[in-house]
Ligand binder design. Structure first.
Ligand code: NAG
Ligand code: NAG
Ligand code: NAG
Ligand code: NAG
Ligand code: NAG
Length: 460
């Protein structure tokens, strides 16, 4: 499924040559600092001049960055270095890129790791299809992109580290066991930082990871434990693509991050819409299917969904306008496409795949998760396509939704059914302009732009 376009070995050969150059250069510098030998100083001067001349001239002849030339200028992160490098070309800065140019300009290097870090897990078909599968989907889309993917790490703006941590499904309940996430990631970082110079160069600042489960890179399902454990130190300096996001301080997002949508298979959406179109009959007024505990248990001091789902069940189970189901049903998408309002209450974490499924199937999401940070707010006008109800107000849901149905429902539906909205929330095998992977790249490109601006300001 994830196709590797070039074998590891071939790719590494060039890399080792570059490494040698870098190492030799590094040793030379060290010697230079120690030695007071006149001859050596002269030699050093001569070498510097000739090296500089060589790189200077070859830059202007070829217009192609030469690995060593670039490495010399790498300061804390590649982001900055690319800026320094490119700021020699003033026209570059004067033309802000349009959307079309984005994918052409941004360059991402994807590490090719042994299968145990990623592709091995695909043996289980669920690995690339469940709600956490954006870790697979983004890797796949980037791998398939000729525009954004670069095989030359020296020209990369960002480094993608493809480690799948959500596919060790428990044989007991089928949920992903993520106990091994920290050790698998740490081992991957150990591998890339000893074999490649790029991690050390930036301390990981230009390295990108996906952490798509409940509490991002805290790697625990229970919020209390997740907060206690925190984000592992080795990820703290990197960029995390995560489904988890809240608008207040939280230890599990205390890292440079991009909030991404949970994974929903675009193929499943397409199949559902083939049978029932977006603007077809919607005979269910309010829909929710999922875990609703009648007597919620106190798990380490917390209750599932902060008892919100229990309250929904208690209050509206007998209400004929509400279609509430507590058990799993594989065909639930056919129910969403028949519904006007779809409840998206928090579970253990604030987000759920319902956010994406409701949007993609044209059912107005009713978001009940205080402080949730929704994905791609510039591409998806959430306030215009959804409703937000405070957790404390769930008992008033009936009245709130009646009011909307009587006033602005058709406007919300019209906004919601704009194909661009759904496109932004779905990951495709190949990047499509405006789709979820594209939005991730857009967010990364903005991080690049921010550094460009910073450097420009510093230069003035
Ligand atoms: C400067 O950058 C622009 C846009 O990227 C490019 O078209 C042009 O060839 C570059 N010029 C030089 C002198 O590098
Ligand atoms: C998968 O999870 C189980 C616990 O559920 C653990 O014992 C096992 O080591 C994990 N597998 C890997 C490859 O990490
Ligand atoms: C990066 O730093 C680590 C720890 O200091 C070191 O073990 C490793 O060899 C370095 N990697 C490279 C490629 O120099
Ligand atoms: C939940 O259980 C914890 C002990 O695990 C206890 O300290 C706490 O008071 C309980 N909370 C409620 C609301 O019952
Ligand atoms: C629709 O009405 C509700 C309730 O008055 C309001 O909260 C919401 O912002 C409105 N949405 C739009 C898109 O007009």
């Amino acid at each position: 499924m994830v196709e590797f376009k070039r074998p590891l070995i071939k790719n590494n050969r060039g890399f080792y040559v570059k490494m040698k150059l870098v190492h030799r250069h590094g040793r030379l510098q060290a010697q230079q600092e120690k030695s007071s030998n006149l001859f050596f100083k002269y030699y050093k001067w001569l070498l510097w001049v000739s090296l500089s001349l060589y790189f200077f001239s070859s830059y202007f002849i070829t217009h192609k960055p030469i690995p060593m030339y670039k490495t010399e200028y790498f300061s804390k992160s590649t982001i900055v270095s690319r800026v320094l490098f490119e700021s020699t070309n003033s026209t570059f800065l004067q033309h802000p890129k349009n959307n079309q140019g984005l994918l052409k300009d941004l360059k991402i290097y994807i590490y090719e790791l042994p299968p145990k870090y990623n592709t091995k897990w695909l043996a289980n078909e669920r690995c690339s299809n469940h709600l956490f599968a954006s870790e697979v989907a983004i890797h796949r889309a980037l791998s398939n992109s000729d525009d954004v993917r670069t095989f030359d790490p020296y020209e990369a703006d960002f480094f993608f580290v493809p480690v799948y941590v959500s596919c060790n499904f428990s044989t007991v309940n089928g949920f992903p066991a993520i106990g091994h996430a920290r050790s698998l990631l740490s081992s991957a970082i150990n591998l890339i930082s000893t074999n490649f110079p790029f991690w050390n160069r930036s301390q990981g600042a230009d390295h990108v990871f996906v952490a798509s489960h409940d509490f991002g890179s805290c790697f625990h399902t229970l919020e209390g434990r997740a907060m206690e454990d925190g984000i592992p130190k080795f990820l703290k300096n990197s960029i995390i693509l995560q489904t988890f996001g809240v608008k207040y301080d939280h230890p599990c997002q205390d890292v440079e991050n991009v909030v991404i949508p949970p994974y929903v298979s675009p193929e499943s959406v397409r199949l559902t819409l083939q049978k029932a179109p977006l603007n077809g009959r919607r005979d269910i007024w309010v829909f929710f299917r999922g875990k609703m505990e009648v007597h919620p248990k106190n798990v380490s001091g917390r209750f599932y969904s902060k008892k919100v789902r229990t309250e929904i069940w208690r209050k509206f189970n007998a209400d004929r306008r509400f279609y509430l189901q507590r058990h799993r049903f594989a065909g639930y998408q056919s129910e969403i496409v028949r519904s006007v309002f779809c409840l998206c209450p928090l579970g253990w974490a604030p987000w759920s795949p319902r956010l994406v499924e409701s949007v993609a199937l044209g059912c107005v999401p009713v978001i009940i998760a205080d402080g949730i940070q929704l994905p791609f707010p510039t591409a998806v006008p959430w306030p215009e396509i959804s409703l937000t109800v405070a957790e404390k107000d769930v008992a008033k849901l009936g009245r709130i939704l009646e009011h909307v149905a009587a006033s602005n429902l058709s406007i919300i539906q019209k906004n919601l059914w704009d194909p661009a909205v759904t496109r932004a929330l779905l990951f495709n095998n190949e990047i499509k302009e405006g789709d979820a992977t594209w939005q991730v790249l857009d967010a990364l490109a903005q991080k690049l732009d921010r550094s460009r601006r910073t450097v420009r300001i510093l230069e003035q």
